[in-house]
Design a protein around this ligand. Structure first.
Ligand code: IVH
Length: 680
């Protein structure tokens, strides 16, 4: 017998390995043992080592092996990745079906009943995979739906994602959810705890955190998987129904949930949603609802998309989950203005698929009103993505004779040890050490750098903490004195990342006055009031000189808050900070037209849902810069409703009242027409 030609043998091994990998990971039905698999893999590795020209990107030996990246590239999806509107009850689900029927009827389509597909709504992160000529070319996160981040290096390490597909069309974009199973999540956290590393909050966070790592070795060590649920752009194939597309995915090696059903009527849909709710507890991955989609692609096309939400699909969300556990203790966090916020330390407990150890208790009056005592059995609520909260003691807990005393806020600040005070009328006990308390410094800086405020990219919670610990900063003014050299001394900073952060800090100097007012941390000044104050007074000097009565003339500010703002603006430390920031070049004067002037004067907008690119603050800012007004509720006086993802009832109301609806491009076009394409 002659020795096999290396190229042929390599191709054969790749095919066998792909087959066995699929049996093992996707079908969960292996036909060979792990040892045999490894032997095949070793043989292929040996051939490729000897003949590097035979190495192909879709070789199973190439799942891990890439070099760490120094950043994630942005990539545009070939077809936008949509999101989903929510239904929170059976009524809302039925209302969705009725809306679709009406919509089609208005288009003259008689479709009293259509077919549906009901799928679990997996709680992970959405991913899009591009296969060209059958080879995985690129995989990206959803991002804003149009542009995501290229995370191919990490996706390649996921064994349920095929590196190549057989009988492939020239192009197919495959969509699905990457997630971590509950047992894998538990094991990972256990390992991390043993190594003294921080643990992940829930499987979703750990999957998302892993996918965005720069070094693929990390992803390879963390067990991720993917369920596929859809197809984006294609060339050379098309489907007339969603169910058919899922079938195609399954046949081409992708993992599609076997319990996904095609359903013939609204009644079956409702029944299936309730059935998934029952199944939920027994699954080894987290689902937070059921996605119902219209099956016929032609009907999908006719129904179309509002903002980012297709009319032809909906997410039916499970009701929130509660459980009972023991309250081990109450601890206190210091807020931006010294408020002490209580939180519960719990006996770890599973709720809705995640382990909960901490929960919010809101404020001390809430604790007193609910009569929660340390040692009690308490009811814990976890709803969707929100922070778990303690609702009340369990009914039997309050009957016990030996309950501990009513918990009181600490007499000394847990961060700096200063004796605490309870201002009259406040629901919070406070640390009065403004400026000197590290807890407050941390919160203030974190807020200053945050997205809605100065939006300093790369200056998140961890970095702020690091800068404070290294004693490089104490307040916002210090940020502008940082140098790249100082940063490179710190762990986790290289030259590039240091330069990048300094540049981001420098860029923040362009932040408009209204946002600077919000960012510097004046109690009572939120994002909206910051903007109103900037418009009303035009400059910091005018604002500082204003009497409380004058401050109270500002829209949205009452006499009590006006007094509070006025008093803070008289504090020497605040004036010093303002002078410092002003000397550094931050904006303390308003730009743009005063109210009632500008191309969009007297035009009223309401924003609803999430816009693809602009944050709500950015959109507001641009409208205001053109002289327009943004209000929160839709009425006949509203000129435009700007609708993004998950727009909800405001959009419905706009449609009912006949108010004009814009999407983000529509808004940008309008602003451009008004000479305001770019923020000033
Ligand atoms: S379809 C119609 N199907 O839910 C196009 N999404 O709330 C929208 N998700 O971004 C996606 N399971 O991350 C679809 N079976 C499923 C899903 C699913 C989970 C996620 C996905 C999406 C989000 C929208």
């Amino acid at each position: 017998m002659t020795a096999p030609v290396p190229a042929e043998r390599a191709a054969e091994l790749r095919e066998q390995l792909a087959y066995h990998g699929h049996r093992y990971y996707v079908l969960d039905d292996p036909v060979i043992g792990d040892d045999e698999y490894d032997t095949l893999l070793d043989e292929l590795r040996a051939i490729e080592a000897e003949h590097p020209d035979l190495l192909t990107p879709d070789s199973p030996t190439q799942r891990v092996g890439g070099q760490p990246l120094d950043r994630l590239d942005k990539v545009r999806h070939l077809q936008p990745m949509l999101s989903l509107a929510n239904a929170r009850s059976e009524e809302e689900l039925r209302a969705w079906v009725a809306r679709m029927r009406n919509h089609l009827a208005r288009e003259g389509i008689e479709a009293s009943e259509f077919r549906y597909v009901a799928e679990p709504k997996i709680d992970g992160l959405a991913i899009s995979l591009v296969y060209r000529d059958g080879v995985l070319e690129r995989g990206a996160t959803r991002g804003n739906g149009e542009i995501g981040e290229d995370v191919t290096h990490n996706l390649r390490t996921i064994p349920t994602i095929p590196l190549s597909i057989p009988d492939a069309p020239p192009l197919v974009e495959v969509r699905g959810e990457v997630y971590m199973s509950l047992p894998d999540f538990a094991a990972l956290n256990e390992r991390r705890a043993e190594q003294g590393l921080s643990t992940f909050m829930n499987p979703r966070n750990s999957a998302a955190g892993t996918i965005r790592q720069l070094d693929p070795k990390l992803a390879a060590e963390r067990p991720l998987s993917m369920w596929c649920y859809g197809i984006g752009a294609t060339e050379g194939i098309s489907f007339s129904s969603h169910f058919e597309a899922l079938q195609w995915l399954r046949e081409h090696g992708f993992r599609v949930n076997a319990d996904v059903k095609r359903l013939d009527s609204e009644e079956e849909v409702v029944r299936q949603c309730l059935a998934w709710q029952e199944l939920r507890g027994g699954l080894d991955f987290e689902i937070d609802g059921v996605v119902v989609k219209v099956d016929e692609v032609e009907l999908q096309r006719r129904l179309g998309v509002v903002g980012r939400d297709p009319r032809w699909a909906i997410a039916w969300k499970f009701p929130p989950t509660t459980t009972v556990t023991t309250l081990k203790g109450i601890e206190w966090n210091v807020g931006k203005f010294g408020d002490l916020h209580p939180f519960a330390v719990l006996e770890p407990v599973h709720v809705g698929g995640v382990t909960v150890k901490l929960a919010t208790l809101h404020n001390e009056e809430d604790v007193a009103r609910k009569d929660i005592r340390i040692g009690d059995q308490v009811i814990v609520l976890r709803a969707g993505d929100v922070i778990p909260q303690v609702l009340s003691p369990a009914p039997h807990a309050v009957e016990r004779e030996d309950r501990s005393p009513v918990p009181l806020p600490p007499a000394l600040c847990p961060s700096c040890g200063t004796p605490t005070v309870k201002p009259e009328g406040s629901v919070f006990t406070k640390c009065p050490n403004r400026g000197g308390c590290p807890g407050q410094q941390f919160q203030l800086l974190k807020h200053f750098a945050s997205r809605g405020a100065m939006d300093i990219e790369g200056l998140g919670e961890e970095r702020v903490l690091q800068l404070l610990r290294a004693e490089l900063v104490r307040n916002a003014g210090d940020l502008y004195r940082l140098t790249a050299e100082q940063l490179t001394e710190l762990e986790g900073f290289g030259e590039i990342s240091a330069e990048r952060l300094i540049a981001a800090i420098e860029r923040s100097k362009d932040t408009p006055f209204g946002r600077v007012l919000f960012a510097i941390g004046i109690e009572g000044v939120g994002f909206v009031t910051g903007r109103s104050l900037a418009q009303q007074f035009g400059s910091i000097d005018a604002l500082v000189a204003a009497s409380p009565e004058q401050v109270a003339q500002t829209s949205g500010i009452g006499p009590i808050v006006a007094q509070l703002i006025h008093d803070q603006l008289a504090e020497p430390a605040m004036l010093e900070l303002i002078a410092d920031l002003r000397a550094q070049g931050l904006k303390f004067e308003a730009e743009g037209p005063p109210p009632g002037e500008g191309p969009l004067a007297d035009t009223t907008f309401v924003l609803t849902g999430t816009l693809p690119d602009l944050t709500r603050e950015e959109a507001t800012e641009r409208i205001v810069a053109a002289g327009g007004r943004v209000t929160s509720s839709v009425s006949r006086k509203t000129d435009y409703v700007v609708a993004g993802d998950s727009p909800g009832s405001k959009l419905e109301k706009a449609e009912r009242l006949g108010v004009k609806v814009l999407d983000e491009p529509g808004l940008l076009a309008l602003l451009e027409g008004a000479g305001q394409a770019q923020p000033s």
